[in-house]
Design a protein around this ligand. Structure first.
Ligand SMILES: *Cc1c(COP(=O)(O)O)cnc(C)c1O
Length: 462
């Protein structure tokens, strides 16, 4: 399997090269040359596989240059860190099947992808004799999942900037209690936007980037999308045998278009099995406006109770745009250039029609999110606010005889404040989170200044 750029500016590369490249060097995003549908017999043979076995079957279709035994080992080790035997279990609450993606080490769905990516990075660096210094800024969730993905790994150091005093206590501890020698938590005296701007500016200093082998773990890495494709197929296959249905619909709380794009790939692999994809957004409704009215335009970011979806530019959107443009890289590049200069994209009638045939969408406001948490709590199931957005949107699109799965992207205890507002009490902390309150923590408070951060990275880089 070879990988190309959505903007057409690179010669086809291998899976390993695509993982190490992250963002394509022409500014586009990397995609497999082809997504080959899985035939009926193969799909039937996947019916009873365990999560790890299915992950191997799915992922190996997109990897050409890692020996199968090695790939299998990478996958097994990635999911050994999950606390549930099913890795991503399904829980039925009335007419919704909640797909719990939060049984990894940081209690959010990003672990599914970042545990795998961390192992792939370590494996490829060992083979090439290279090293990597990962640099990223976080508003909370991604930072801890990235840190847990690479803690203790050989030939990798990680530097994560979080805004000092502006992440929740639990989010902070999930990062700063990781005291492995290769983990550097920087508590920035500034905002998340300051952190992002600093990281961007450091990556733009090409000599610095090359000298220190800087790497990123953001949501545009193809390996992350690929790891997420697995749970769509896993859930759909389980329900097909359990419920005797032919197809399964999915509702996905999203902001970056990452998780929902993984569903789009899963549906290309198994078009008869994966049905509707319901794209759920919070009040930051850029993607809902795109689906329902065919315009993709920048808005102001509004803070909500589901902060991991408070996003107004969706980093994975370009991947879908490429398919919408019938896989034409010139048109995709032109559209992204236009978006870069005007902050707006408009689509013709045919494209709008196609988008509406491929996705359903709904935006869910704060009041609805809170009410959904409360009503599910009365039925004995506690939702986190991100998942509540997905569940609320899902309810509009349920069809008789077609199971509706909603992706549960975080454990409710990670967002205890919002949950408490909805139900009048804080959710219980899982024991591993509760234990963090007493653990040693380590971080370095630094000024929000590019030169200061560069100096720190240079002083601690591999
Ligand atoms: C990152 C995140 C999301 C959104 O993921 P996308 O990549 O934008 O689809 C949703 N919920 C939680 C808890 C997250 O951490």
């Amino acid at each position: 399997m070879k990988y190309i750029s959505t903007r057409g500016g690179i010669a086809p590369i291998s899976f390993s090269e695509a993982v190490m490249m992250g963002l394509a060097t022409d500014g586009g995003l990397l995609l497999p040359e082809e997504i080959i549908p899985v035939d009926h017999e193969t799909l039937a043979s996947w019916q009873d596989l365990s999560y790890r076995q299915l992950a191997f079957e799915v992922i190996s279709r997109f990897v050409g240059d890692i020996p199968p035994a090695d790939l299998k080992d990478l996958i097994d080790r990635s999911y050994d860190s999950f606390s549930h035997p099913d890795i991503t279990p399904l829980v039925k609450v009335d007419d919704i099947h909640v797909l719990e993606l939060f049984h990894g080490p940081t209690f959010a769905f990003k672990d599914v992808a970042l545990q795998f990516l961390g192992n792939v990075f370590e494996y490829l660096l060992k083979k090439s004799g290279g090293k990597m210094n990962i640099l990223g800024a976080t508003s909370g969730d991604t930072g801890s999942a990235a840190i847990y993905g690479v803690r203790g790994k050989d030939n990798i150091n990680i530097f994560i900037l979080h805004p000092l005093g502006r992440v929740s206590r639990i989010q902070e501890l999930q990062m700063t209690t990781v005291t492995d020698a290769n983990v550097f938590n920087i508590a920035l005296r500034g905002t998340f936007d300051d952190g992002q701007a600093i990281v961007k500016s450091i990556f733009n200093d090409i000599p610095f980037k090359e000298k220190y082998c800087l790497g990123a773990v953001n949501s545009i890495n193809w390996a992350r999308i690929l790891a997420q494709v697995v749970y769509y197929l896993y859930a759909a296959l389980r329900l097909r045998s359990g419920e005797g249905c032919e197809k399964v619909d999915f509702a996905v709380p999203t902001g970056n278009f990452g998780d929902i794009f993984a569903g789009y790939v899963a549906r290309q692999m198994a078009p008869g099995l994966i049905g509707k994809l319901v794209l759920a957004t919070n009040e930051n409704d850029l993607l809902t406006r795109f689906v329902n009215s065919g315009e993709y335009s920048l808005g102001q970011v509004t803070q909500t109770s589901s902060p991991s979806m408070d996003i107004q530019v969706s980093s994975n959107f370009e991947r879908y745009l490429y398919y919408l443009n019938d896989r034409n890289p010139e048109r995709t590049r032109e559209a992204m250039e236009q978006f870069g200069s005007t902050g707006c994209l408009e689509f013709d009638q045919a494209s709008r029609h196609r988008v509406r045939s491929e996705f359903c969408s709904r935006t869910v406001n704060e009041e609805e999110t809170s009410a959904t948490i409360a009503s599910f709590n009365q039925r004995g199931y506690l939702l986190d606010p991100h998942t509540a957005v997905g569940v609320k949107a899902a309810q509009d699109f349920i069809e008789d005889g077609v199971p509706m799965v909603c992706l549960a992207t975080a454990h409710p205890a990670k967002f205890g404040g919002a949950v408490a507002l909805a139900i009048g009490r804080e959710p219980d902390l899982p024991p591993t989170l509760a234990a963090m309150l007493d653990q040693d923590s380590r971080s370095e408070a630094l000024d929000a200044d590019v030169e200061v951060i560069k100096g720190y990275v240079a002083g601690h880089a591999l």
